[in-house]
Design a protein around this ligand. Structure first.
Ligand SMILES: Cc1cc2nc3c(=O)[nH]c(=O)nc-3n(C[C@H](O)[C@H](O)[C@H](O)COP(=O)(O)O)c2cc1C
Length: 168
């Protein structure tokens, strides 16, 4: 099998956030897509070992922030390479608390949505959580970060927990 074929699938870059016991956490994810229009639902694929996974599993809610193309690497480093088990990612970040109680990251976001989980699929290393969108809004009219831009221009990597991770 030529796994390079999988590189031809395109994605954006997002922060998926959730809440548990009054604590907030979030992580970078590229595996986010809309699955239905009526009602509007999005799916996220989250590694079982991530703290965000246990937050979504326990609260049944998550938000998605759509990142701008200008998002700095230091922000992606915090949300994508560090765990909320070791650091409070929300300490110096601009966010709101949505109607679901989930935090919604506003820093570097062009748009956001908050959801309640309606289905979840055990896909092995990852769970695919499907959430019905309860509210959403635009923040600013800027280009979005694509996975392609992240890799080819910013020379970013995908860590082990990302579904698109490849050993090199
Ligand atoms: C570019 C990029 C894409 C990523 N995509 C995903 C993804 O789609 N799903 C996932 O579970 N983790 C993904 N990750 C990894 C998580 O963001 C990372 O494991 C994070 O540290 C988990 O944090 P937590 O333990 O606080 O939840 C990605 C990371 C990067 C940098």
């Amino acid at each position: 099998m030529n796994r390079k074929a999988l590189h031809k699938i395109s994605y954006g870059l997002y922060v998926v956030s959730s809440v548990k016991g009054g604590k907030f956490n979030g992580q970078i994810a590229n595996a986010v897509f809309q699955v239905t229009a009526t009602p509007p639902k999005v799916a996220v694929s989250i590694n079982r070992e991530n703290l965000t996974h246990s937050f979504i599993e326990s609260s049944g809610v998550f938000s998605v922030s759509v990142l701008s193309r200008e998002t700095p690497m230091v922000f992606i480093g915090l949300f994508g390479f560090r765990s909320g088990r070791d650091v409070d990612k929300f300490e110096n970040v601009d966010y709101d608390i949505g109607a679901t109680g989930a935090p919604i990251v506003k820093d570097h976001a062009v748009a956001w949505m908050e959801t309640r989980v309606t289905e979840s699929v055990n896909a092995g290393t990852h769970t695919v959580f499907i959430g019905e969108i309860l509210d959403a809004d635009l923040i600013k009219d800027e280009d979005v970060m694509t996975y392609e831009h992240y890799h080819s221009v910013l020379r970013g990597r995908a860590p082990k927990a990302a579904p698109t991770h490849m050993e090199v």
